[in-house]
Design a protein around this ligand. Structure first.
Ligand code: EPS
Length: 381
């Protein structure tokens, strides 16, 4: 079973991720991991930190000569900012500079402090920070390489930033090229301009903003996941992993909440047959009964505004319980384009996991054999 663990604090020495369950013989490119890490660092509205970091993966184990060994794969991403924080964050000696006393509304600070008995909220925020998502992107970028020979690809874009929606059609031929060049990962240039003006205004007001991201997985064969086991349902596992991303407050598949507003005939995708089964529409977002149905998998996620406001909200000082404004930490005004890359990565991880569960094998050649037999059988169904 494919799984991963991350370790690391935002201003600690480095981030680490251990991925376990990759079959042997998968061709691994470190450049492909670094490409995704670079994508995650981009986006209009980010704070000062991204100018300091240039996230790069170092593979410490589990890969030899460009191929996975079947053993756990450990990846390290250095925090360049560590040199500015060593005295504050050191494992053996740490001083009390930069203590955080006034928890930010909307952040893990207060409840995390109560739960782990940390009176300095820095001990919470250092781990709760979205910096950890760099490790998750590395994990996703690593494992999705196992799916490349099977023609499965993952795409993402930003659908909304605060009040500004991108209404461009994802099916336009050059849509994702425009997205990759857009500072806000929009397909429509006019809307992108409006989104950037919106971010400027939000920043000037000492505010932050969220948005909606959309992920599309293409080439996923029918039958990943399960209708039999609640805990193997593909939509359930995707929703879990997306919801586990920092700042995500909502997840939708296909039509999502829209299914509640119209009658059944306008929701359910009619079936046709031409060299195999397909659907006439894709309101289900590629998943029916907890299983992929062969159509593209479409996932949307809502990101809340980042809780650090330069014009801070009211809170209470932990020391004397007096009314106070929240502590201001350096942060991003808008990280929605980065969030799209993170959600794309966790969706890629989940789909790779479901793929390797279905076509389970210790080496990629066995996986390929099981895949071929299955595809041959369902092509004649
Ligand atoms: C982030 C690094 C962090 C934040 C951001 C994401 O760096 P720093 O705290 O040093 O500025 O910019 O995290 C948050 C917005 C948050 O609320 O934790 C990154 O690498 O993406």
């Amino acid at each position: 079973m494919l799984r991963y663990f991350t370790a690391g604090e935002t201003h600690g020495k480095c981030l680490t991720v251990i991925v376990e369950g990759m079959p042997s013989g998968v061709k691994i490119s470190i450049d492909k991991i670094n490409e995704q890490l670079k994508r995650r660092q981009k986006g209009y509205g980010r704070g000062g930190r991204m100018a300091i970091e240039s996230d790069t993966a170092e593979i410490l184990s589990g890969v030899r000569g460009g191929f996975s060994l079947g053993s756990p794969i450990a990846i390290k991403i250095e925090n360049k900012d560590w040199q500015n924080w060593e005295k504050i964050m050191g494992a053996e000696t740490a001083n009390s500079e930069r203590t955080v006393d006034c928890p930010r509304p909307g952040h893990a600070d207060l409840t995390g402090g109560m739960k782990y008995n940390h009176k300095d909220f820095r001990n919470v925020l250092e781990r709760a920070s979205a910096r950890e998502t760099a490790a998750r992107v590395a994990a996703g970028a690593l494992v999705r390489q196992a799916l490349e020979p099977f023609g499965i690809e993952f795409l993402s874009h930003v659908k909304r930033i605060g009040e500004v929606e991108d209404t461009a059609d994802v099916n336009e031929t050059d849509f994702f090229e425009r997205v990759s060049e857009s500072p806000v990962s929009f397909g429509d240039e006019t809307a992108a301009k409006q989104a950037m003006e919106y971010i400027d205004k939000i920043k000037a007001d000492g505010e932050s903003c969220g948005g909606v991201v959309e992920i599309i997985a293409k080439g996923v064969p029918a039958g990943l996941g399960s209708y039999v086991h609640y805990d193997r349902k593909l939509d359930a596992n995707i929703a879990f992993s997306v919801m586990s991303v920092q700042a995500i407050k909502g997840v939708e598949l296909g039509m999502g909440f829209g299914v509640s507003e119209v009658s059944g005939s306008r929701v359910h995708d009619e079936i046709k047959y031409k060299n195999g089964f397909s659907r006439m529409t894709n309101n289900a977002g590629g998943i029916e009964g907890g299983m992929s149905n062969g159509e593209p998998i479409v996932v949307r996620a809502a990101m809340k505004p980042i809780p650090t406001l330069y014009n801070p909200l009211r809170t209470v000082n932990i020391k004397d319980k007096s009314e106070h404004t929240a502590t201001v930490e350096r942060s991003d005004v808008c990280a929605v384009p980065a969030c799209a890359v993170v959600v794309e990565s966790v969706v890629a991880f989940e789909i790779t996991k479901a793929f390797l569960d279905k076509f389970s094998g210790d080496c990629i050649d066995d996986v390929k054999s099981y895949y071929d037999v299955y595809m041959e059988r369902i092509s004649k169904f």
